[in-house]
Design a protein around this ligand. Structure first.
Ligand code: PEP
Length: 253
């Protein structure tokens, strides 16, 4: 049976200025070194803070990554960030297809797939986000929607070494409303089956994260669910006590 080391990712979204962002990762790093949690810890600050965060974290066990990237390697794409730029700053991963980008920037599965492929070309882990809307869930088609997103968003060559899937029901993101343990377990079982059908042997190596209002209070219950290999954390990742409590709630692989 595959042993997957849990992963907890902090998605700071569009929050943080230089002084507080650097202070936050310094604090996180000191406390992770003093008492290592049973998981990999990755922070994804806004693009403006990646360089100073990298400087503060270099050589530490805390990893850092981007929140998005462009599918092209370089060129006339004003305001966008290329995967090579992320890799150049020591990023280990990049989030692609977050529901806020699918919603606000019209990102389709094809775009997400191209971004994930770009991440792989640059040697980055693509954290591919999928998740159904409340209307999808109410209509009873959550598994079909998520299945379509997985098959459309994972590029050729996706493997447990270069890809993580984050299941984030859209209705649970930033709302304080979390999916029930049964809903999470069922979707993660479904996801494991989809990955197995897609990549065959090695499917057991791919980490499947849950995201959506994960907090210090509910993390232990979520992280003990079978096939949940960690969490993608938004709001709570801005509070180091809470973020560390989530990391410490992981069940060691
Ligand atoms: C997210 O940004 O991916 C997320 C899950 O946010 P929150 O934890 O705030 O719901």
């Amino acid at each position: 049976m595959a042993v997957r080391r849990p992963l907890v990712v902090g998605n700071w979204k569009m929050n943080g200025l230089l002084a507080d962002g650097v202070a936050r990762v310094r604090d996180l790093c000191t406390r992770v070194v003093a008492e290592p949690p049973p998981c990999d810890v990755l922070v994804c600050p806004p693009a403006t803070l990646i360089a100073p965060v990298a400087e503060a974290l270099r050589g530490s066990p805390v990893l850092w990554g981007g929140q998005d990237c462009h599918a092209e390697d370089k060129g006339a794409f004003t305001g966008d960030v290329a995967v090579a730029m992320l890799a150049d700053l020591g990023c280990r991963a990049v989030i692609v297809g977050h529901s806020e980008r699918r919603r606000d920037h019209g990102e389709t599965d094809a775009i997400v797939c191209a971004k994930a492929a770009a991440a792989h070309r640059a040697g980055l882990i693509a954290i591919v986000c999928v998740g159904e809307s409340l209307a999808d869930r109410d209509a009873g088609c959550s598994e079909a929607v998520v299945g379509g997103q997985v098959s459309g968003s994972l590029p050729q060559g996706a493997s447990g070494a270069n890809t993580v899937i984050a299941y984030e029901p859209v209705w649970a993101i930033g709302t304080g409303r979390i999916a029930s343990a049964e809903q999470i377990a069922a979707m993660h079982r479904h996801l494991r089956g989809l990955v197995r059908a897609r990549i065959g042997c090695g499917a057991g190596d791919m980490r499947l994260l849950y995201g959506g209002s994960v907090s210090a209070a509910n993390a232990a219950e979520i992280l003990r669910i079978a096939e949940v290999d960690g969490a993608l954390v938004g709001g709570a990742s801005l509070k180091i006590n809470d973020f560390l409590a989530i990391c410490r709630s992981c069940v060691a692989a």
